[in-house]
Design a protein. Sequence first.
Length: 394
Amino acid sequence: MKVLVLYYSQFGNTERIARAVAAVLPEPAHVRVTSLSEVRPADLVGLSWLIVGVPTHFRDVPRVVAKFLNRVPRHGLGGVRVAVFDTRYRMTRWLSGSAAHKLARRVHRLGAALLIPPESFFVVDREGPLAEGEVERATAWGRAVAASLARPTPGRTTFDRWLYLRWVWANGWSELVGLGATVLLGWWIIHSMGAPSSALAVVATGFGAIGAGTALEGVLVGYAQARALRPSLRAVSSGGWIVATALGAGAAWTLGMLPSTAMALVRVPAEAVESPPAWLEGPGQYLLAAGMGMVLGPVLAFPQALVLRRHTRRWAAWIPANALAWALGMPVVFAGVGLVPPGAGAVPVIVTVAATCLVAGLVVGVAHGLVLVRLVATADAAPEIERRAIGQPA
Ligand SMILES: Cc1cc2nc3c(=O)[nH]c(=O)nc-3n(C[C@H](O)[C@H](O)[C@H](O)COP(=O)(O)O)c2cc1C
């Protein structure tokens, strides 16, 4: 095991923090603490752990550090587990800037796995000294670094079966309640008021469906998924995930409602609606459903993918995963809705819709869960990750 604690320090403050951190790392015999001037970029390749500390200069990493990193080969930090810190003035990061956050982005781009959020330690003045209590905070941070570095390497972990099961079940129950309630609401409105006859009623029904789909399905599925996800990816914000899911659901419902609303508005002759084209009967309708799922899945997933992007470089895989998952799930919805006999009473309708939505949710969860578990396994503490403070304000 090769561990390097690398620092750049003009006035000695960053070096003091680096030494306090190094002092609490396990296996001191393998830990080398060194200044940037004593290493070459190639020395970083093949390390097990790398801890880098730099002062903040003009809101960024010092120029000499940036030049050094520019000479590290592309993907040169692949497989290296990294933690970064800076020293800076004690003020909101928005004003002072933070070299650690910039540094985190750079090492992330070089392939490093960042396992703990960047940290800042404060100086009283330009040349120091360190503010009171900062060395003790560095010791605490060093212990947190040691603990996070001792966890299994992301990407090489075994398949997280508990996350997968939580995920599948979360999708099942939330679609049962969220999609089920949306479909039943629509059924109840049409059942009690009849199909919309005026253009205004058609548009109002369309907006109603979109609103219900966003608020019921989007929010509930987002909530259930966030609950399933968070124990394995704590850095994901539940609120952010719920908002992203609701936005995606809103967009997908809007797109999904467009054809039927447009057809109702131009009043397609009744006989055309009553006798759909032959190809749409039987297997044709399932192909159409799968095609719809393939389009709506990515629309639904896009805002979520943007959330995942903060945590894993492979976030883009979330889009095709949802295309496939919904290409499988949408035919289930079509098949289930087709099982409701015309003129059926409330109980058979509720039971059939509930069972359909549950099965569709489980099918979708089984499919995109396989990708999600792998994405979570490759997630790291990228720079955007929330600050898990060791007593430090943001
Ligand atoms: C050229 C220069 C630019 C600086 N710019 C910033 C800054 O943008 N934000 C900040 O918080 N501190 C800034 N500082 C203060 C440094 O963060 C401080 O000098 C450093 O933490 C001391 O660490 P050292 O003793 O390891 O060099 C700057 C200091 C220098 C010398």
